[in-house]
Every structure is written in structure tokens, then in C-alpha cells.
Design a protein around this ligand. Sequence first.
Ligand SMILES: NC(=O)c1ccc[n+]([C@@H]2O[C@H](COP(=O)([O-])OP(=O)(O)OC[C@H]3O[C@@H](n4cnc5c(N)ncnc54)[C@H](OP(=O)(O)O)[C@@H]3O)[C@@H](O)[C@H]2O)c1
Length: 301
Amino acid sequence: MEDLILVAGATGDLGGKICRSLRIKGARVRAIVREESSSEKVVELRESGVEVITVQFDDEKQLIAACNGVSCVVSVLAGLSDVIIMAQSHLLHAAIKAGVPRFIPSDFCTDFTKIQTGENRNFDLRREFQAILEAGNIRATSILNGAFAYVLQYGIPLLDTKSKSITYYSGKADWQIDFTTVEDTAAFTACAALDGNAPRFLRIASFQIAPTKLAILAESIFGEAFELNEQGTLEQFSAYIKIIRAGDPEGEKQLYPQWQQMQYLYSMFTAHHNALDNDRYAGLIWQTAETTLKGINNKKA
Ligand SMILES: NC(=O)c1ccc[n+]([C@@H]2O[C@H](COP(=O)([O-])OP(=O)(O)OC[C@H]3O[C@@H](n4cnc5c(N)ncnc54)[C@H](OP(=O)(O)O)[C@@H]3O)[C@@H](O)[C@H]2O)c1
């Protein structure tokens, strides 16, 4: 029978793009949304040919009904424990009860399997959900895409276009960092959702670039030299983040407090892909680092 993909988180940035990529491929797509989801986004989904069902994520019957006849559930939910553990678990257990064969969890990050517990709060949640997922009778595929390439436009220490500097950590000047655009992640995830033979992990990157190469590329695109700043060791950075986190209990309730952004930077310099699955599906075109930096430069102009 024709594949039917269920997307949770379809009103979000990545989820909406996954639905679009699936529809371009001619796939049947069903989205589950909440009462409080943006009605504008729901209309957009319906107009693109997505079947939209409104559910309460703690209503098992509704979730099982939504999972009926589905070949793969793609979770693109974003949030803390109440979402990544609770809501995703409800969805996972409903999918298993409905006999859905495959589940793609909302990982979409740097390779969290290589990061120690306690170093990245948002990755710890993914690891906790991974244990629940792997205990269930369902085949899982996690997409690990490094950092979304758009983070480079936010003036993060790795690419500070104001001070024209590039920060890295001891011994990491030539460390390749994984970046993937949201669009490339969506196009690849759509292929993976339709791939009955997809393995447990798929590792992708639109581009991989090291601080030294980033400095050369940034100079050529922004027209000024970028200074390479070594900012101590990763161990020192990790210890510093722990102090900042301890002083910000409110941040525990936020998805991206300042210390979590630092944890992400730490993770980018701690784990990277040694091999990429980019070529698993034919016809995908990956955005280059050059195009990404040119886009940032055009926005500034
Ligand atoms: N690698 C990276 O650099 C990077 C960067 C950003 C995000 N990500 C990851 O990419 C994935 C998608 O993120 P995104 O930026 O696309 O997120 P987003 O735009 O904020 O969308 C989040 C989605 O989750 C749904 N949601 C939130 N809370 C919910 C709840 N309690 N119950 C049910 N649904 C809920 C939202 O639905 P409503 O419309 O109903 O609120 C929305 O559809 C996440 O795993 C995120 O962590 C990775």
C-alpha cells in the first residue's frame, strides 16, 4: 500500500518543511496539530494537500486513531521534558499500539551519542527518549544533522561578523564542524521517512568546515580579515558553562537559555561526523558554506 507519513510538529519550522518535501515527492502526509496551534499554519498545511488532525497529546485514543494506517511517524516536536519525553512517549506508544512500523524521533542535532551526559541539557533529553524508543517494538531512525546552518548568522563566537573574529578551542583549529540547512534536513528526512530500510542513525551535513577554513572563506566573502581566537580548552569551557548554568535556575525552564547555546557550541567542537550519509538518496543538492556566508552578507547589506 502507498506510504502514509504522520508528522507531529508540522506547524514548526523544520516540520513544515518536511511536510512540503514529502508532498513534492508525492507522498501522502497526515499532520497532528493541537487546538492551540496556529490556524494560519494549519490552513497552509491543508492547502498543500496535508491531512490535518487536531489531537490532545495525552489522549491515547485520539493518537492511536491518528496513527492508523501510517507507515512512519516523524516527530519534529521542539521543547523540554514535557515535550521530548512526555509528548513524544505518548506518540511513540500510540504508534506501537497502532502497528506503525517506523518512528523518526525529534533529534535533528549534533551527534548526541558522542556527548557525555551533563554536557548538553537538550541532548540529555534526547538520550533519555532514546532509551524509551529502543525499548519499544518499532524500528527507529535518528537524523543527526549537526547545527542548523542559520546559527552562523547570529553573531555566535564561531563567526562574529561584527568583531571579525572566529573563536575555537585548543587543538580544534582544524576541527570539522557539521552544519546543515533546515531545507536540506527536511529534504533528507522526507527521503528517510519513505525508506523502509533506513538504519538506526543517519548522519548528514550540508557542509563541514573548520575554523581555519571558515576564517579564509569569511575574509573572501565579507571583504575583511577575520582573526582566529583560541579560547582555552574545551574542559575549561565546559567548567565555565556549568558555573553559568548553576547561577541560572530559571534557564532550566527555557529551551535555549544562554548556557544551552554555549552547550551547543561545546557540542559542535566535541562531536562531528566521520562519514556522511548524504549520498544515500539520489537527487539531493546540499547548500555550501560559501552560499551560506553569501546569504548572511546579503542580509547585512
Ligand atoms: N540542530 C540545530 O541546530 C537545531 C536548531 C533548532 C532546532 N533543532 C531541532 O529541530 C527540531 C524542530 O525544531 P523547530 O525549530 O522546527 O521547532 P519549532 O519551529 O519551534 O516547532 C516546534 C513544533 O513542536 C510543536 N510543539 C511544541 N510544544 C508542543 C507540545 N507541548 N505538544 C505538542 N506539540 C508541541 C509545535 O506545535 P504548535 O504549533 O502546536 O505549538 C511545533 O509544531 C527539534 O528537535 C529541535 O530541537 C535543531
